[in-house]
Design a protein around this ligand. Structure first.
Ligand SMILES: Nc1ncnc2c1ncn2[C@@H]1O[C@H](COP(=O)(O)OP(=O)(O)OP(=O)(O)O)[C@@H](O)[C@H]1O
Length: 338
C-alpha cells in the first residue's frame, strides 16, 4: 500500500517560488492500477517523482508498505528504491548498450552474480516479448519496443511498485494499446501496484482501477474509474471525460427538433432501450431515438440514449416522471409541450 500523506512540493529559486504539489493525500492499495490525470503543469510529474523521492517533498510523508521513505537515511532509501521501478515517456535507454545490457545494468547495480543476471534478463525479456531483440541497440527498435525494454529494466529488481511517467504519450494508438495490455498483464500476474500519470483519459479508461484528477497542484476529484466516468463532479473532470465519452448531440439537431429532448444515462446492466419501450407503451407519446452510445469501462457498460418525445403536455410530464423513476440520470435537454 502507498500512503501519500499531505505531500507538498515547492520549487524555490532566487526569483520566485512555485508550488508543484499542494497538500495531496491519497491511499493506493496494493495491486491497484492508479491513474493521475491533469493538464500540463497540474503537478502530476512532481507528485509521481515524490513517490520515490526523486523529488524530495517539501512537506508530508510517503509511506510504502509501512515504511516512511521520507524518514530514511540515503543508504536505506537506496535499498527501498529497488522496490520501486519507473518508466519514462522517452524511455531513457542507454543508446550505446544493447537491449540485454540496458536491462542487465539495473541488476548489476543490485550486485547480482553474472549467471543470476543472465537468467533474470532473459526472463524479463520473455515477459515483455523481446527475447529475439536482446543483442540489438535501442536505435534499431520501434518506440513500443523501446518502452518494453524500459519496462523490463524497471521490473529487474522485482519491484512491488511501478511508476509510469506518461509511458505511452510518445506512442501511436495501436502501440499504446499493446503497452497498456502489457502493463495490465504485469499488474495481474506479478501483483505489482502501478501508479501512472497521463493527460490521456483513454489510458485511464483502458487500464486504471482508480483515478485522481489534479489541478494547480491539488487533487480535485478522486475515486473508482467507473464512478468518476459515470458521475463526474468537477468541471475539469467532465472535460477530461468528454474527450473519451463523446455523448453530446450536435446542437443543430436539438434546435431543429420539435419535441422534448431527454438524455438518459444508464449504468451497469440497466438497459436504456427497455426504459424507452416501457415508457412508450404506457404513455400516449411518440419517441424517436436521436443518439445512442455504449462505452465499456473495464467491461462494465456505461451508455446514453438521447430521445425526442412528442405528445401533449400532460403525457410528456407523466412520461418524464416515469423515466426519472427508472433511471439514475435523466437530463432534459429541451422541453417542448404541444
Ligand atoms: N524543477 C522545477 N523547478 C521549478 N518549477 C518546477 C520544476 N518542476 C516543476 N515545476 C513547476 O511545478 C508545477 C507542476 O509541474 P509538473 O511538471 O509537476 O506538472 P505536470 O502536471 O506533470 O505537467 P506536464 O504534463 O507538462 O509534465 C509547474 O508550475 C511547473 O512549472
Amino acid at each position: 500500500m502507498i500512503e501519500i500523506r499531505s505531500i507538498r512540493k515547492e520549487y524555490v529559486s532566487k526569483k520566485n517560488r512555485v508550488i508543484g504539489v499542494d497538500n495531496v493525500s491519497l491511499t493506493i492499495q496494493t495491486g491497484e492500477i492508479y491513474g493521475i490525470v491533469g493538464y500540463s503543469g497540474a503537478g502530476k510529474s512532481s507528485l509521481l517523482r515524490c513517490l520515490n523521492l526523486l523529488e524530495r517533498p517539501t512537506g508530508g510523508n510517503i509511506i510504502i508498505d509501512g515504511i516512511d521513505l521520507t524518514s530514511l537515511s540515503s543508504k536505506e532509501l537506496r535499498k527501498q528504491r529497488q522496490k520501486i521501478g519507473m518508466i519514462f515517456q522517452h524511455f531513457s535507454l542507454v543508446s550505446s548498450k544493447t537491449v540485454y545490457e540496458n536491462v542487465a545494468f539495473a541488476l548489476r547495480a543490485a550486485h547480482r552474480s553474472k549467471d543470476a543476471t543472465k537468467l533474470r534478463v532473459l526472463e524479463l525479456l520473455e515477459i515483455v516479448g523481446l527475447s529475439d531483440k536482446k543483442d540489438v541497440y535501442p536505435a534499431q527498435l520501434s518506440g513500443g519496443q523501446k518502452q518494453r525494454v524500459g519496462i523490463a529494466r524497471a521490473l529487474a529488481n522485482e519491484p512491488t511498485v511501478l511508476l509510469c511517467d506518461e509511458a505511452t504519450s510518445a506512442l501511436d494508438p495501436t502501440t499504446t494499446k499493446a503497452i497498456l495490455q502489457l502493463l495490465k498483464k504485469i499488474s495481474s500476474e506479478l501483483g505489482i501496484t502501478i501508479v501512472l500519470i497521463t493527460h490521456e483519459m483513454e489510458v485511464v479508461k483502458e487500464l486504471c482501477h482508480r483515478v485522481a484528477v489534479m489541478q494547480d497542484g491539488r487533487v480535485i476529484e478522486e475515486g473508482p474509474v467507473y464512478e468518476i466516468f459515470s458521475q463526474p463532479k468537477q468541471e475539469l473532470t467532465k472535460q477530461f471525460i468528454s474527450s473519451v465519452l463523446d455523448f453530446e448531440l450536435p446542437s443543430h439537431l436539438i434546435d431543429e427538433s420539435e419535441g422534448t429532448i431527454i438524455k438518459i444515462q444508464f449504468e451497469g446492466q440497466t438497459a436504456g432501450e427497455s426504459i424507452l419501450s416501457d415508457t412508450l407503451q404506457s404513455h400516449a407519446v411518440k419517441g424517436n431515438i436521436l443518439h445512442g452510445k455504449i462505452e465499456y469501462i473495464q467491461d462494465v457498460p456505461l451508455g446514453i440514449l438521447i430521445i425526442e418525445l412528442i405528445g401533449d403536455a400532460v403525457q410528456i410530464h407523466s412520461a418524464l416522471e416515469y423515466i426519472k423513476n427508472r433511471s439514475s440520470s435523466v437530463e432534459v435537454l429541451k422541453h417542448v409541450t404541444a
